[in-house]
Write a protein that binds this ligand. Structure first.
Ligand code: SF4
Length: 769
């Protein structure tokens, strides 16, 4: 494409194609039928904890709300919903394949998904059977109807989030956020009255026509919701107000608006802090003003910005969306070097100007964005499209949806929705979900007066003042409901298994919590039903032997796990309540778990143990096995000395071993303290020949003689392998970049195991537990 400078703005804009095969405007690609591209259920499962770590399905694309700042809401039109069956297949499939304990539904506005309430109901029932919780993202203040909240209240999510976006009704009309103060308040009532004590509200500053009162209105809205929370949930109620700075985006009605310069953003953030200071219990968060400034330059920039990004990257910028490593100086230097006129990039653009993104066709009619922009400046809202005028959310049942033949709102934005098809598909979805009748509660309570405004409390959000007078401890009540819902099998017979496994290769770098999470997921993937602890957040009953240092591989770890009894051949979640259940054989547990564990976690053996407290021990008078806490009193480790320019042959290692064993004590620094390593070392021997070869191969080490050390490991303490290597004089450099000894754990030593007969040369590798 040829490029030109637009005279009105000084921006580089795209002109005619230089190649006749290239279209004058580039059209977006769009998938009409999302079901033709099922949402993937085979996703990578992280070893270490990650954000958004759950089975998550995008249930729809596009949005009917027409928020004027939202680029996604404009460029992903029209709304396309996945069918309930396709969503269930992806979500349940994702949970089963990954073993996740959490799942989520996402889209630009889940409350506007046409059958969200029956969908959540049907999915939640299936997920509860699997012990999996569900969250619903991007809820709107009006979409929180009673039935939906009742379902969500049975999950372990600890709070809800919604986005009023602006703190006054005037500003919400400017940005076309179809939410009223009454909706926000009533949704808060519904959230707090169900036992949640956390509410998070998202807002923006820097919106067009904004005044200081609008900024103060953000905090004041949060403070009002906090008062609602205290009334219903007591002192534990928490409201967080999170405020970002508006960045005008291309292809939105606000694309011509000025962005607040950084000093103005900072001034408004100061107003927020000052207003919030009146009541310190409101939590206020706001974005980094410098990052918003750069986002504004990038969002509406022209081709010159490519050079800026490259220059900043060359200057060392990485992950600059993270406050802690963002450095504005790199950006300001690069902007100056590329002659970027910052005020022009952030300022108001004339509606007649050519814009750097004009050659990209997202399907909208030219006049649509402009008419919405003009309405914004006049503070006039446009009701959502694709819905009947005046309805905020869709009918949730066929009894109401089928006879309603009223016209759906449409602004002819250019994407040419087939409104008849849209309506028919919604009916099909409700039919598929069996949502035929209106809920009993919705029939009983239809309207209520809140702040003098009549609002529907059944399906469209709104309020239920009747709830206000309740004084019970709702949080305790909800916790109990969640516990029962999450424990539909509470009290089932279980068996304890002792599993020996190796943790090698990259898996050695898994921390303890990550290992617990990974193994819990592996049990779920293998449909081995974990018995869980009681309480609001039930945890799998898994215990481990002595802690293993991060990065240290082990060939012999132990864990004890309780598994519920099963009905052979039937998936856990398909078992009916009165079926006869049996104990899983230990070999089957070993094989099924081994088949699903990731590389580096190798399941070696499994046996049934009868631990103290198990009903079979009490009932049959069986002598209980020792639990791992009492069973183990030492660990065996292996050390490969650092080369250090010295040839460590077996004879030399034997001398070092004997020297340590002959010392009365060997003090090594551990932080501020000195510990006596010698007192904790029970034995040192040398592994050489075939045994060393096999061991080095298993650990992916170079071959050579190795030191084997038995170290006491009790509740009173233990020595780290690196400390023993230091005491032996084979650790090597203390500089982390220098070479040091390699260490690994061979296994654990059970109480009562005789110590090796002599110290010194160990011709064969004797077995650890
Ligand atoms: S064509 Fe009409 S219903 Fe479809 S997205 Fe545009 S305005 Fe909304």
């Amino acid at each position: 494409y040829a490029t030109e400078i637009d005279e009105a703005t000084g921006m580089v804009v795209v002109g005619a194609p230089l190649d006749p095969r290239v279209p004058a405007r580039v059209s977006r690609a769009m998938i009409e039928n999302l079901d033709a591209y099922p949402f993937p259920s085979d996703t990578p499962v992280p070893y270490a904890e990650a954000v958004f770590e759950r089975a998550s399905v995008e249930i729809a694309r596009g949005c009917t709300e027409g928020c004027r700042f939202c680029q996604a809401g404009m460029i992903y039109r029209p709304v396309r919903e996945r069918s309930p069956q396709s969503i269930a297949d992806s979500l349940i499939g994702g949970v089963e394949k990954a073993g996740y304990e959490e799942s989520g539904l996402t889209c630009l506005s889940t409350a506007d998904f046409s059958s969200i309430t029956p969908l959540v109901k049907s999915l939640a029932a299936e997920l509860r059977k699997r012990g999996v919780s569900m969250s619903v993202a991007s809820l709107r203040a009006y979409g929180l109807n009673e039935d939906l909240l009742d379902e969500l209240a049975l999950t372990r999510i600890s709070g809800l989030t919604f986005a009023p976006e602006a703190g006054t009704q005037r500003m919400r009309d400017v940005v076309n956020k179809n939410v009223t103060e009454a909706h926000i308040e009533e949704s808060s009532r519904r959230v707090f009255s169900r036992g949640w004590h956390r509410l998070k509200l998202y807002f923006m500053i820097g919106l067009p026509t904004e005044e200081d009162d609008d900024v103060r209105g953000i905090v004041e809205t949060g403070q009002r919701m906090l008062r609602v929370g205290r009334e219903l949930a007591g002192h534990r109620a928490e409201v967080t107000v999170s405020v970002s700075s508006h960045v005008p985006k291309p292809h939105t009605p606000l694309q011509w608006c000025a962005q607040d310069p950084e000093p103005e953003i900072k001034r408004k953030q100061q107003i927020l802090r000052h207003t919030a200071a009146r009541d310190k219990s409101l939590r206020l968060k706001h974005h980094h003003s410098g990052i918003s400034f750069i986002e504004g330059i990038l969002a509406r920039g022209d081709r010159r910005i490519a050079d800026v990004i490259e220059a900043v990257w060359r200057a060392g910028a990485r992950f600059d969306g993270w406050d802690e490593i963002f450095e504005i100086e790199r950006w300001t230097a690069a902007l100056a070097a590329s002659n970027v006129d910052v005020p022009a990039y952030l300022g108001t653009r004339p509606v007649t100007a050519r814009l750097p993104w004009d050659h990209i066709d997202v399907g909208l009619e030219d006049g649509f964005l402009l008419s919405e922009y003009r309405k914004a400046l006049k503070g006039r809202a446009s009701p959502p499209c694709g819905k009947v005028a005046g309805m905020l959310i869709h009918h949730t049942n066929l009894a109401e949806a089928e006879p309603d033949r009223r016209k759906l709102v449409c602004y002819d934005c250019g994407v040419a929705c087939d409104l008849t098809k849209m309506r028919d598909e919604r009916l099909v979805a409700l039919r598929t979900l069996g949502a035929t009748e209106r809920s009993v509660r919705a029939i009983e309570v239809v309207d209520a007066i809140v702040d003098g405004e009549l609002i529907d409390v059944s399906e469209r959000g709104g309020g239920s003042p009747a709830e206000v007078g309740r004084t019970k401890d709702r949080e305790t009540e909800r916790a109990e409901r969640v516990r029962l819902a999450g424990h539909h099998n509470a009290g089932l017979a279980f068996t304890s298994y002792r599993i020996r496994f190796a943790k090698i290769g990259r898996a050695a770098f898994l921390g303890h919590l990550d290992l617990v999470r990974l193994l819990s997921r592996s049990f779920r993937r293998a449909d081995l039903p974990l018995a869980v602890s009681r309480g609001f957040s039930p945890k799998p009953r898994i215990s481990f032997g002595p802690a293993l240092g991060l990065g240290i591989p082990s060939l012999g770890e132990l864990m004890d796990v309780d598994l519920e009894h099963v009905v052979p051949g039937v998936k856990t979640w398909d078992v009916v309540d009165d079926s006869t259940r049996v104990e899983l054989p230990a070999d089957e547990v070993r094989d099924r778990l081994a088949a699903v564990c990731p590389p580096g976690i190798e399941i070696e053996s499994c046996s049934i143990v009868r631990l103290n407290g198990h009903p079979s021990v009490t009932r049959d008078g069986v002598k209980p096995h020792l639990g791992l806490g009492k069973l183990i009193d030492a660990v065996d480790v292996v050390i490969r000395p650092a080369a250090d320019g010295i040839a460590h042959d077996a004879a030399r290692l034997s001398r070092l071993a004997a020297a340590l064993m002959a010392r009365p004590e060997a003090k090594i620094a551990r932080g501020e303290k000195m510990i006596d390593v010698r007192g904790l070392v029970l034995d040192v021997s040398v592994i050489d020949g075939d045994a060393a070869l096999r061991l080095a191969a298993a650990l992916d080490w170079a071959n050579g003689p190795l030191l084997r050390v038995r170290i006491r490991a009790t509740a009173d303490g233990s020595a780290k392998p690196s400390e023993v290597a230091r005491a032996l004089g084979v650790w090597g450099s203390d500089d982390p970049r220098g070479e040091h000894a390699l260490v690994a754990r061979l296994g654990v030593v059970e109480v009562g195991t005789l110590p090796p007969p002599t110290s010194g040369r160990d011709p064969a590798l004797h077995e650890s537990a």
